[in-house]
Design a protein around this ligand. Sequence first.
Ligand SMILES: [Cu+2]
Length: 413
Amino acid sequence: MHTFPYEPLRILAAVLFVVLMVGAYWHYRHRKQHDFFTKYKMPIVCVMVIVTLFVFYTALFAGKGTTGHLSVYYFGNTQGPFEYGPELPLMSSIKFFLHFDDFKRVEDIASHPANIPPPLKRNHAEHVTIDLVAEEVIAELADGTTFNYWVFNEQVPGPMLRVRVGDTITVNLKNEMSSLHMHSVDFHATTGPGGGAKALQVPPGETRSLTWKALAPGAYIYHCASKHSVGAHNAHGQYGLIIVEPEEGFPLVDREFYVVQGEFYTRGKTGDKGFVAFDSQAMLDEMPNYVVFNGRVNGINGKMEAKVGERVRIFFGNGGVAKTSAFHVIGEIFDNVHHEAGTLMNHNVQTTLVPAGGATIVDFLLDVPGDYILVDHALARMDKGAWGAIKVTGEENHDIFRPHQAVDSRAHH
Ligand SMILES: [Cu+2]
């Protein structure tokens, strides 16, 4: 494993610094006999200053990520299966800094929760082609806060893909020329090494393809699985859901929504304004500043509408990379839950667990108008952005829900 040799360099720098200090002292004591140090005083001072700064810089930032615009996995400590290289993370940091103004700005990174492919109405298997584009862009994570996202098709989560069990799927993954990193896809719906990730490791500017067969129905996460840290790629927004419909399809409902939870690890605090850099140490510590639905704070809020009497289905995934979601809709009870998005059905569920790299499929009937807020019921995460409302309009149903007139009890005394 060849990492950047900052440890020996730091020791060398410290030794040099001590030698120079001793030399300077020696020069001070014998300044009449030796004019060498007098002659080269300024260069010596400069070298000492540079060495000191280097020692402080490496001591401060080694293994912690970097400041300012340097958002990549700099000197990241990974015990994972990938080696560094062929390019040092430091080089990526420098390149990111140099090309900061060239990265594409995306207006709204959030995948629209209602803008998804409709149910498949076919009774036979097909050969389906899926085109995905990996790209590194800059977009808002919260109002006034921007982040360097790594995405599929310019959105977080990546597009909701929809196939039928028995389908043969050819995936073409293109990695944009502007990318600084290798990207890939691991489909949890795929049976084969890496879920396809090894065949689909794509260097910037290239395309790779893979054909696989969907063997089992459900809702499956797909995500990037590239070095130097798979977690870091996911924590930049590279995940989505692929729905594999059963032969008979899912029972038809009135509305379907697509929501994927994710975590963002940024330097500084939740709510800091301006460009915020990725913090690899915070990721290792599993301490995200943001936990959000569809890639950003307010990623789904105000984008979902329904009517009283309608049945709503939510395909809900968790891109991770550390937290298990306690998925809940405030004011509703899930009539049906595909436990872990599999075939085991549960009913009358208030909160369902969705692990990192997992999903669920829930549906419920809307009886009463109002705002129904999706949350991760580990509610500290609501303050980190994990919420968004479905606006339900229609007739009041006072048999089921009836607020009473406010009574001022003081009037009776
Ligand atoms: Cu990636």
